[in-house]
Design a protein. Sequence first.
Length: 245
Amino acid sequence: MIKASRLSCRYSERAYLENLSFHVTSHLSILGANGSGKSMLARTLCGLLPYNGTLTLNNQELAALTPRTIAKTISYIPAKLELFDSYTTVEAFALLGRYPYKEPYKEYTQYDKEKAEKILTELGIGSLKKQRVIHLSSGQQQLLLIAQALIQSTRIMIFDEPTANLDPYNTLKFAALFQQLQHQHITILITHDLALAQHLQGSVLFIQQHTAAFYANAEDFFDDDNLKHCYRVNFHPHTKALRYE
């Protein structure tokens, strides 16, 4: 469980968040305009940014936990896969999910390798394990990011705009996979896809003007009047798609 009380964090004088209070026990969708600080919050929850206020992970203050402990509890899935080595294979990238468990200066264990192969196969990319990551399609790369997180074996999974580079077909595949993950993981989704956020239910945290403008259950957030108030645009009823007329 994650619990935040009067949480504040910042990148700079212009990029900051303040006075956020919320908790996550099942699923949370984080919504807001571009540049509102959604990804900044995700990185703070992963222990990558300093903060003020209270932020606990399973009733322990996050700042007091070691990076290894955090990495065994929370996995972060970015919007886009980025590599510094163009020769990295699918298998090698997936195995990085076991890094928090690996003994220093030792190879990955047979258990690590078998776990990686099993999850890659379950996600339909096991046959690609010897291919270079840069040769994968955007949909396959998204599956690889999810595979690495599953291999990491964390209770909490944070997805940062996972459907931003996916076509409608792969977006539907991702939604189905995400719903399966919800049965065994605490999930946090950062997205601009309102239809997806509504479909997944749970709670919604809407960030506006550097703080939480709305925090409640999804049913209340997706009221048509509330959507218009938060986004200052009109939406089609039921579909939550923008009206262009």
